[in-house]
Each structure stands twice: as C-alpha cells, then as structure tokens.
Design a protein around this ligand. Structure first.
Ligand SMILES: [Zn+2]
Ligand SMILES: [Zn+2]
Length: 182
C-alpha cells in the first residue's frame, strides 16, 4: 500500500495524515526495522527539529489505533520497551535471541496454516496474530557453550584444588557483547 492510499483510508475514518504522522509512517515503513519510540523520536527530529517527544509518542499511539503500525514487546527483551513496525508487511513471526537481542523475521506458509486451523477449530475470526519465538542465535549458542565449559572448568578447579593443580588454568570467560537490536 502506498502512502497516498493510506491517506485515503485514513480520510474515510476521519483521520488526517498530518505532517508528523507522515514522517513517522515513512520512518517505520522505510527502515523495515523494529524501532522503539525513543529511536523513532530521534530519527523524526532529524527530519523536523520542531517535533517534540510528546507529539511523537502521541502520534505513534494514533497510528497504532488507526491500524497502520503494530506495537511489539519482542518477549520483553529490552524490558518495558515497545517496538513499532508497519502493518503493511506480510504477516510474520519474530524470532528473538534472548542473549544478544537480534530479531529475525520468519515469513511463511505455516503461519497462514496456523491461522486457518485456529479459525476452523474455534470458529474464531482472526483479526491479528502475533507469533514470537525466543531462544539463542547460532552465534550466541557457540558463546554459551564456551561459557558453560569455562564455568565447569572453574568449578572443577575450585572443588578439587589438589587434583586440578596439574590441569591447565581455565580460560577467562568471553566478554558478553550486547549487539544492537536489528
Ligand atoms: Zn544472539
Ligand atoms: Zn517484524
């Protein structure tokens, strides 16, 4: 859906696509990312320095109520933070790494199948579905395996100091790297 057709559907509902709404919609739509309100405020300010935080937060609420953006919590990885993404994307599941916060999107037929199964099983009319999967990305799995090994080596060394004296000293745990959410 192009922005002018969004404007049309908003007009039908008596909602005007004001300049700040347009700026935010374009930001959310173009990045295709999951940005929180604060980040959106920073980006919007670059486009229009007169925009203030209250307006941006209010506008996001408006866009959500108007069904143009989705508000996500992404398994509360970032605490109480909420993230916004365009409703114009095809339905997808969010796959969240609980260690580094990386977010992947899974599009596919299984989601549509699940929706249909729920509709026929419960005689339910599904309006929206949100699927979130939490776990560890392949990079973090490697790091975690190393950490577990290090902890084991450490506990073995402290539990039996006499036997461990000939063993190699445990490697220092790799520093945790907090990747930016993408
Ligand atoms: Zn990860
Ligand atoms: Zn998404």
């Amino acid at each position: 859906m192009a922005l002018d057709s969004i404007e049309g559907s908003l007009k039908e509902r008596g909602v005007r696509l004001t300049r700040q709404r347009q700026i935010l919609l374009e930001l959310i739509d173009k990045t295709g990312d999951h940005l929180d309100a604060e980040r959106l405020f920073q980006l919007a300010k670059e486009k229009d320095p007169k925009l203030n935080r209250v307006t941006v937060y209010r506008t996001l609420k408006m866009l959500k109520l108007g069904g143009l953006v989705d508000e996500l919590d992404l398994m509360h990885y970032g605490g109480d933070q909420h993230y916004y993404e365009t409703r114009l994307k095809q339905e997808h599941a969010h796959v969240i790494c609980l260690r580094c916060g990386k977010v992947e999107e899974f599009f596919g037929e299984p989601l549509q199948r699940l929706r249909k199964q729920i509709e026929s099983h419960f005689g339910f009319q599904v309006l929206l579905a949100r699927t979130e999967v939490g776990g560890y990305c392949s990079h973090c799995q490697t790091l975690r395996a190393r950490e577990v090994e290090d902890i084991r080596a450490l506990t073995a060394a402290t539990a039996k100091p006499s036997k461990a004296s000939g063993a190699k000293p445990p490697k220092a745990a790799a520093p945790k790297k907090r990747a930016r959410r993408s």
